[in-house]
Design a protein around this ligand. Structure first.
Ligand code: NAD
Length: 270
């Protein structure tokens, strides 16, 4: 799908980080925006910055864990603009660092609620609108942690693997309806965002000792880091190129290739 002026895009988790980067990149292409987030103060600040730069923005606070909240977001989008072209299911939190057997049940519930059901709720609310229009695209944010193992973050990495599988299947289902419909999954490496701080503010993690203060600290140990805007541009390039996956970031290709090679090596030779 071409991303063009006058189109309408919805972004969840838009108050910060990758969601804000997507909003900036879309606004730079003249796309009209519906921005959503659970943090109303952050959402208002993000909208004010984008409007000051000339963007057309509507804000709708919503909790992606709640289907009725996301359905209200879809209704508000149609009331405001009468159309929707691109839906970015991006909201997220990170889980505490611990091996699987030490992860708590409420962490699993939160991660599945936000990271997996949040995407399901977005597709359920918006797919009928895209199908009725006969054209449109979903961009679901997963992570490079969904392309390969990510030790000590199983609630996070499990939902990311699920969002990748969900998006691959969704794309087939949408293209069965019309070839002008589709989905892309964004699987970046490290991105310079306040994901840890926002997750702590939302009660997802406690930032215990040993948790890096920022993504930059993690990057210092693991290699490079992307800006949110670079990540967003990679996602839009993938959408416009008809790619199902966008996986920007240092070492992401190598980790994904290693996992696929391990899988292929485990399969019986034909
Ligand atoms: N930062 C990274 O290194 C990185 C790498 C790969 C993938 N990701 C993924 O990118 C997505 C965006 O994260 P980010 O790094 O930009 O972090 P961020 O904290 O800057 O942005 C996430 C936003 O989601 C919002 N949010 C959280 N729970 C919500 C809910 N229930 N309903 C609505 N909004 C909610 C937060 O308020 C926040 O504004 C996440 O899904 C994350 O897992 C991040």
């Amino acid at each position: 799908m071409r991303v063009e002026k006058e189109q309408v895009a919805v972004v969840t988790g838009a108050a910060s980080g990758i969601g804000y980067g997507l909003a900036e990149a879309l606004a730079a292409r003249g796309v009209r925006l519906v921005l959503s987030d659970i943090r109303e103060d952050g959402l208002a600040e993000a909208a004010a910055s984008l409007k000051a730069a000339g963007a057309e923005v509507v804000t709708v606070p919503a909790d992606v864990r709640d289907q009725s909240s996301v359905t209200a977001l879809a209704d508000r989008t149609m009331t405001a603009y009468g159309r929707v072209d691109l839906v970015c299911n991006n909201a997220g939190v990170v889980s505490p660092a611990a091996p699987l057997w030490e992860q708590r049940a409420d962490t699993w519930e939160l991660m599945i609620g936000v990271k997996l059901l949040g995407v399901v709720h977005g597709v359920t609310a918006f797919a009928p609108l895209l199908i009725e229009r006969g054209t449109g695209h979903f961009l679901n944010t997963a992570s490079s942690g969904g392309l390969a193992p990510l030790p000590d973050r199983t609630p996070y990495t499990t939902t990311m693997h699920a969002v990748i599988g969900l998006t691959e299947t969704l794309d087939v289902e949408l293209k069965r309806v019309a070839p002008t419909l589709g989905a892309t999954v964004l699987c970046p490496g490290l991105v310079d965002t306040p994901l840890g701080r926002n997750s702590a503010a939302l009660g997802a993690i406690e930032l215990p000792p040993g948790t890096p203060a920022s993504m930059r600290d993690l990057a210092a140990r693991n290699g490079g880091i992307l800006t949110p805007r670079e990540t967003a541009e990679a996602a839009l390039t993938a959408i416009e190129s008809g790619h199902l996956h966008a996986a920007p970031g240092t070492g992401v290709t190598e980790r994904a290739r290693a996992r696929v090679n391990t899988l292929l090596n485990s399969l019986p030779a034909t």
